[in-house]
Write a protein that binds this ligand. Structure first.
Ligand code: ZN
Length: 199
């Protein structure tokens, strides 16, 4: 699986790939407050450390030696809660709460450090990658989503029964579905049936 793309399972047990297009939106797939608690995967620090090795940070360089302390896991989950206040608001064209934005600001201090191997000129993340650095990477990404010229590209899947949030990185900027395999395909089938019925 390409780093940053996640395998999800629908309520009907159907598996499909979902690329949320951005690190902070990707983290929202690991669980969240209220009804999202049932999707929780970050029960222990090691769970989230493992999860980050498959995140889009690995598109730059592999993540080896990820170390998340219990307090950092808590901080990452608090940041994730703040994302649930900020990102849906963005997707619906509403102003995000100032309090939630302030907690993004408070989290940007550290960041994974890219280093180059002088011999091979290969890029790597300087080990160890700490929970604090990962917190910073997610918060920086979210801040860019909020402030960037492309904040209008944060969207919710167009299917009525799907709340997945993504950042549209397509050149055309007209991505509508979380996944063509899932909601895009269901819409195609519906359109086909509608046509068949009227003809
Ligand atoms: Zn969808």
């Amino acid at each position: 699986m390409t780093p940053g793309t996640r395998l999800l399972v629908s309520a009907q047990g159907e598996r499909y790939r979902f690329d949320p297009g951005s690190l902070s939106l990707e983290l929202m797939l690991t669980g969240g407050p209220g009804p999202y608690q049932r999707y929780e995967i970050a029960h222990a620090p090691a769970d989230l450390a493992e999860w980050f090795t498959g995140s889009r940070l690995a598109l730059t360089a592999p993540l080896t030696d990820v170390r998340i302390r219990p307090a950092e896991l808590t901080a990452l989950k608090e940041l994730r809660n703040a994302l649930y206040q900020v990102v849906p608001a963005l997707a619906h064209g509403e102003p995000p709460s100032a309090e939630a934005l302030a907690s993004l600001n408070d989290a940007t201090e550290a960041s994974p450090r890219p280093v180059i191997d002088p011999e091979t000129r290969r890029l790597a993340w300087a080990p160890p990658i700490t929970g604090r650095q990962l917190l910073g990477a997610v918060a920086r990404d979210a801040i860019e989503l909020v402030s960037g010229r492309r904040s209008g590209r944060v969207r919710e899947c167009s299917a009525d029964d799907c709340q997945l949030l993504f950042f549209d990185t397509s050149r055309s900027g007209n991505r509508r579905w979380c996944s063509m395999e899932r909601c895009g395909n269901r819409a195609k089938i519906r359109a086909y049936r509608a046509r068949a019925e009227t003809s």
